[in-house]
Design a protein around this ligand. Sequence first.
Ligand SMILES: [Zn+2]
Length: 258
Amino acid sequence: MPAAALPSWTEVFPWAETAILACGFVWGAMLGSFLNVVVHRVPRGASVVHGRSRCPRCGAAVRPRDNVPVVGWLLLRGRCRDCAAPISARYPLVEAGCGLLLTAIAAVDLVSGGVDRILVRGEWLPWAQFAFHGITALTLVAWVLIAAAGSRVPGTAALGAVIAAGLAAVAVPAVLPCGVLPAGGTWPAGQPRLAALVAWAAGTAAGWVASGGAQSRSQAAVTLLGAACGWQMVAVVMAVTAAGRLGRRWAERITARP
Ligand SMILES: [Zn+2]
């Protein structure tokens, strides 16, 4: 007699998918809040773990309830509780952006294949994919913020992250986004680890070369993007960047006309 099928989790708890997406947003917003601290303190050589955040104008410590991602800034209406100095909207925007980023990754990696995989059958691969994509995306956000602030990502951090992405891809080739492995993972035939290594090497080289140049502050980020997402993603980003630059030049020429 066949064993009775386990009930689907979504029948028992219809809000399971929504709950996982909500968790993704909360994790992302909390990590985005941490990234704000990292990007603010690391270039100043300060510890990212010790010491509470302070208002840059009056020096008052930020109270825990005002430190809640996104909500804290909204309740304060963007002003310090003690001296009413304006607080940059960049902080809640980074927190909300990271929250939406992890929500999207959770939707693809954890929810789209059916939540029963993680809630009933205990599969670990969706979690491995979620972790790989989430860590990569948040690292890229941090580096883009550091570049936007006019600083450079330390070379050792960039090298370490690129190597870590390669080790993760070789250990679990399925964490690579689909389509990144050469010829859909069929080459070299039956060798997914070798294919992952080839994809990582090609992506790293493409990112390094494409973003080269003495003035490029984003080289670390583009190289990690290639290492973790393949040369295809580097091509997309370079094309979008070039199109954006052309568009800006065109807009400047039009507005400069008498
Ligand atoms: Zn203040």
